[in-house]
Every structure is written in structure tokens, then in C-alpha cells.
Design a binder for this molecule. Structure first.
Ligand SMILES: [Zn+2]
Length: 159
């Protein structure tokens, strides 16, 4: 398997970062980081810098950058998919949408402590973020997000 591209999203692009995490791409996003540091971090960690700031790209010259031009997060996602030539991941929702940590299977205790009763109809594996202690499970919210993705990236989902 080839190594997956990684990303660093600038302060304006929180929702884009979330969508990239849905697709399992390692995507850092920290609005407190200032421009020069952002570029250094992207270069040091070999990440694509995702930014809406044309001047930043021109003046600070990150080695890999995607200049985002659209306003809608899903259209922004399409820009990244096209420019970085991303392939569709085999599975979705394997990374914490909030903190970017890879999820692991939840233990029985974690499920007992955190699963709301409405989620018990879904027998699939529950995943857990060891960093921020969130529990994730497939349900109507993931189905809705998957449908939204399919509309944004029809080439990926039609086959
Ligand atoms: Zn987390």
C-alpha cells in the first residue's frame, strides 16, 4: 500500500478538515497556529498545506500546498481530491473527526459508559478515540454523511 497523503488545514478550513478525517486522511487543524509556523509544520511533517490565503502561498512558499478557492466545504473537498489525486478509501470513519486520532475498537466498558440507548440497534463495531474519549458508532448520522459525500464525489461512489 502506498503511503497516504497527509494534510494541514489552515484556520479557515475546519469543516474541510473534518471531511478529510471522514475519509481517514490524517489532517491537522489548529486555528491557533500562525502562518509562518503553519508552513514550517507542513514542510517538516510532509503535509499538504490547505489554505485560502493566496499571499501565504506566494510569500512563504510551502513545498506542497493546495490553494482552496471555493466556499462550500464539500466543494473544497473536491478541490483537494482533484489536486492531490486522492483515491477513495476502502472504509470511512476510522479517524476521530474532532482530534484526528486513529480510532480503535471500543472495549465493553467504554461502550457501556458512553453509548446512548438509541444507538443499540446498530450491531456494528463501536470505535473509540483514545485521545478525547469519544465513542463512534455507525448510524443515521454516518449514513447521512456518506450520502452527502456520494453527492460531492460521484465518481467515487457510482462504481
Ligand atoms: Zn478524538
Amino acid at each position: 500500500m502506498t503511503e497516504q497523503p497527509r494534510f494541514l488545514a489552515d484556520a479557515m478550513l475546519a469543516r474541510l478538515a473534518r471531511w478529510l478525517r471522514v475519509l481517514n486522511f490524517d489532517t491537522r487543524h489548529d486555528p491557533s497556529i500562525h502562518d509562518p509556523e503553519l508552513v514550517q509544520m507542513a514542510d517538516r511533517e510532509d503535509r499538504w498545506l490547505l489554505t485560502r490565503d493566496r499571499a501565504l502561498v506566494k510569500e512563504l512558499r510551502p513545498s506542497k500546498a493546495v490553494l482552496i478557492t471555493r466556499d462550500d466545504p464539500l466543494r473544497q473537498l473536491t478541490e483537494v481530491v482533484e489536486q492531490c489525486e486522492l483515491d477513495k478509501p476502502e472504509r470511512l470513519f476510522l479517524r476521530c473527526l474532532v482530534c484526528n486520532t486513529p480510532l480503535r475498537e471500543a472495549t465493553d466498558r467504554e461502550i457501556r459508559d458512553r453509548l446512548p440507548p438509541s444507538a443499540e440497534n446498530y450491531p456494528d463495531t463501536r470505535l473509540y478515540c483514545p485521545h478525547c474519549q469519544r465513542l463512534y458508532w455507525p448510524g443515521s448520522h454516518t449514513q447521512r454523511m456518506t450520502r452527502t459525500l456520494a453527492r460531492a464525489l460521484p465518481d467515487w461512489f457510482d462504481r
